[in-house]
Design a protein around this ligand. Structure first.
Ligand code: FEO
Length: 394
């Protein structure tokens, strides 16, 4: 893999082709990478971020191969261990190096890695650090996706080292983006899974970075963007509260086919009305796929049967995920079937409590759906069409 971004700026990170789960929660269908960058200035050398501790050996190999006989500064953009975990080992190999970061990140690194306070140089928002003929500038960009996150700007080469911000979980044999569609899908999944709840902060961060004439975005996961507009425009759309797709996501689970029958009828009803729809089986789906759709769908419907009198656990998990990720979804509804009683609506709406959305009246059938249930589903499809029209999506 080509590893030179520009003169004396090198990618020294590691591809993790086999990793399939992050935080024991997030599926990684295409693996991931932990990108780190070595910048050799005329006077000082800096390493931007490190790698997951499981891959420390490979980072060390890459540093040796790059002829990094000294490192003066280890820039830590983010304290999470997939980027900071190798810092103690890098410090063992380069004992004169100092860790450069903001005070919040320093405090978190001291908690997470048990590092000493004197290992650090603290930098303020906007502060610069000279490497001789290259200058680093630090921009605090909090909540992408932790409170301490920052970006490092290499002024002369106009490269933004953004860490998780703009990243995508995928291993790649290429330094730069090859297939824009594929990278955007991975970046959207990544945004949905960890960035989406912090849209307000991200909007502010995007604005803050606007004055920079960015030539290259080098994140710490996934390929480097040599066309920054690709990911900047995508982020602007994703965080825009007024930009939605004419799409209804129906996240469903069915035990004996009653809920499935309602879902299939409802899907046809929406299609007939010109409303986009996606039917997602909660039992078999990779939840990352669901999250991608939640980033901009206008409407979400949770469809489930009851287990005893509560919603099926898969539907509860889905509702909890919605409540945690707080998508910009405008409308939501609940449909399903029950045997002898149901607390499904109270349970699911309780979990959606902190979402600013309009909830449609639920459509529930006792047992197998009959004629009145199907007409209620038609009524719900009509309401969704009207709402999507109000948003000028149809
Ligand atoms: Fe890639 Fe938040 O760590």
């Amino acid at each position: 893999m080509m590893t030179t971004l520009t003169e004396n700026v090198f990618s020294v990170g590691v591809q993790d082709w086999d990793r399939r789960l992050f935080d024991e929660l997030i599926p990684l269908p295409h693996g991931t990478s932990y990108n780190a960058y070595l910048i050799k200035g005329s006077e000082k050398t800096a390493l931007i971020d490190t790698v997951d501790p499981a891959k420390t050996g490979m980072l060390m190999d890459h540093l040796v191969r790059r002829g990094a006989d000294k490192i003066d500064y280890i820039i830590s953009n983010h304290a999470e261990q997939d980027h900071s975990g190798s810092i103690p080992d890098v410090l063992l190999m380069y004992p004169d190096a100092k860790v450069v970061t903001n005070p919040k990140c320093k405090s978190m690194l001291m908690d997470l890695l048990h590092m000493d306070a004197d290992a650090f140089i603290e930098v303020k928002d906007g502060q610069t650090l000279s490497l001789g003929n290259k200058t680093l500038q630090f921009f605090y960009t909090p909540w992408v996706h932790w409170p301490e996150t920052m970006c490092t700007w290499l002024q002369e080469d106009r490269i933004l080292f953004s860490c998780d911000f703009f990243g995508s979980h995928q291993a790649s044999g290429f330094l730069y983006v090859q297939d824009e569609h594929k990278v955007l899908e991975a970046a959207k999944r990544y945004y949905g899974e960890i960035m989406m709840p912090f849209r307000n902060s991200i909007r502010g961060n995007l604005k803050k970075l606007e004055p920079l004439q960015i030539k290259t975005i080098a994140p710490s996961h996934g390929p480097v963007y040599d066309r920054p507009a690709l990911i900047l425009d995508a982020y602007r759309n994703w965080v825009d509260e007024d930009k939605h797709k004419n799409e209804v996501i129906i996240a469903y689970v069915s035990m004996h086919g009653s809920t499935r029958g309602m879902v299939e009828y409802f899907v046809d009803a929406l299609i007939e009305r010109g409303v986009g729809v996606k039917q997602i089986n909660l039992i078999t789906v990779d939840l990352g796929e669901l999250v991608i759709d939640l980033v901009d769908a206008a409407t979400v419907i949770v469809a489930a049967p009851t287990v005893l009198v509560g919603a099926h656990p898969a539907a509860i998990y889905c509702a909890a995920l919605l409540g945690a990720l707080r998508p910009k979804t405008r409308f939501a509804g609940i449909i399903g079937s029950y045997g002898w009683g149901s607390k499904m609506v109270e349970q699911i709406t309780g979990l959606l409590g902190n979402l600013k959305l309009e909830l449609f009246d639920p459509v529930l059938a006792k047992g197998l759906a009959a004629e009145e249930t199907f007409s209620a589903l038609d009524g719900l499809a009509d309401k969704i069409l009207a709402k999507h029209r109000q948003l000028r999506l149809v």
